[in-house]
Design a protein around this ligand. Structure first.
Ligand code: SAH
Length: 264
């Protein structure tokens, strides 16, 4: 008989919290929250969700009051430490963990420490934004697919905008608000038509959602004028053309409060 030692170890769940509306949380995420020992929560994951885990010790690891985010290395150490102590740990992340959620780094840290883990998907902000403006991201006449893009590339990593301009894709740009000027310059330099529609969706799925309708040519100016705030995603592409026109008309004629017309 081989000798086996039983070691009690915890487990880490990397859980997508969705874009903000607690009803967009999965049943699985809610169940895991209700039985977690420790919850590490990002600032993009809605605090409302904490009512689902009153029993858990909660650690806020996002930006608070304009402070810098908790360093990623610290979060990884904390995950390993808590799970090694036998705890069931939920790492609650905004949207989906696999979309600009540092899941790759956390998985690597957990594997290196031999900690068991599981990933629970969530609704990513770009998809929530599409539902918010009631559009398809893949209108079959205009788009053959979707690209999730960060405007905040890793140090020095340039996005190949000319390749994207050639491809018939709808672009969903994350983290683009504070970089809208550079983004606009880069997209135009990449050769994308300047009248391509841009729909910016701020606070998708939350009660304070705002939509700014613009184009590549006008986006920087329009976002500044409307004081577009983070978090917002930008939906860019011909697939949005009909919806952009409709939204602009709806706002002009109905003066919807949540809708800001930047470009008729
Ligand atoms: N993992 C997340 C993305 C994290 S990166 C996801 O899948 O959604 C952070 C960026 O996500 C923000 O800069 C913004 O571009 C976007 N974002 C997150 N929540 C949002 C929301 N409710 N509305 C609009 N954009 C959002």
């Amino acid at each position: 008989m081989p000798h086996t030692t039983h070691i009690t170890r915890g487990k880490v769940f990397l859980v997508g919290a969705g874009p903000g509306d607690p009803e967009l949380l999965t049943l699985k995420a809610a169940r895991l929250l209700a039985s977690a020992d420790v919850v590490l929560i990002d600032d993009l994951a809605s605090n409302e969700m904490l009512s689902l885990c009153p029993q858990a010790r909660v650690v806020h690891v996002g930006k608070r009051g304009g402070c810098k985010s908790t360093p990623q290395a610290f979060i990884e150490k904390l995950l390993v430490r808590e799970a090694s102590a036998g705890n069931k740990v939920v790492r609650l992340k905004g949207g989906d963990p696999s979309i600009f959620g540092r899941a790759g780094e956390e998985i690597a840290a957990l594997e290196a420490a031999n900690i068991e883990y599981e990933i629970i998907p969530g609704i990513t902000a770009g998809v929530a934004a599409a539902s918010q403006v009631a559009t398809s991201l893949t209108h079959r006449d205009y788009a053959q697919g979707v690209a999730f893009i960060t405007a905040h590339g890793a140090e020095g990593a340039a996005i190949d905008w000319s390749a994207l301009a050639q491809a018939k894709l709808t672009l969903v740009v994350y983290m683009g608000v504070s970089r809208a000027g550079q983004l606009q310059t880069d997209i135009i330099a990449g050769g994308m038509a300047v009248d391509t529609p841009v729909l910016a969706v701020e606070n998708a799925s939350r009660s304070d959602v705002r939509i700014v309708v613009s184009t590549i040519q006008a986006m920087h100016h329009d976002f500044a004028r409307e004081q577009l705030q983070s978090p917002a995603v930008l939906l860019i592409g011909e697939a949005l053309k009909d919806r952009a026109v409709q939204l602009a008309k709806a706002a002009l004629y109905e003066q919807q409060r949540s809708l800001v017309v930047a470009q008729a």
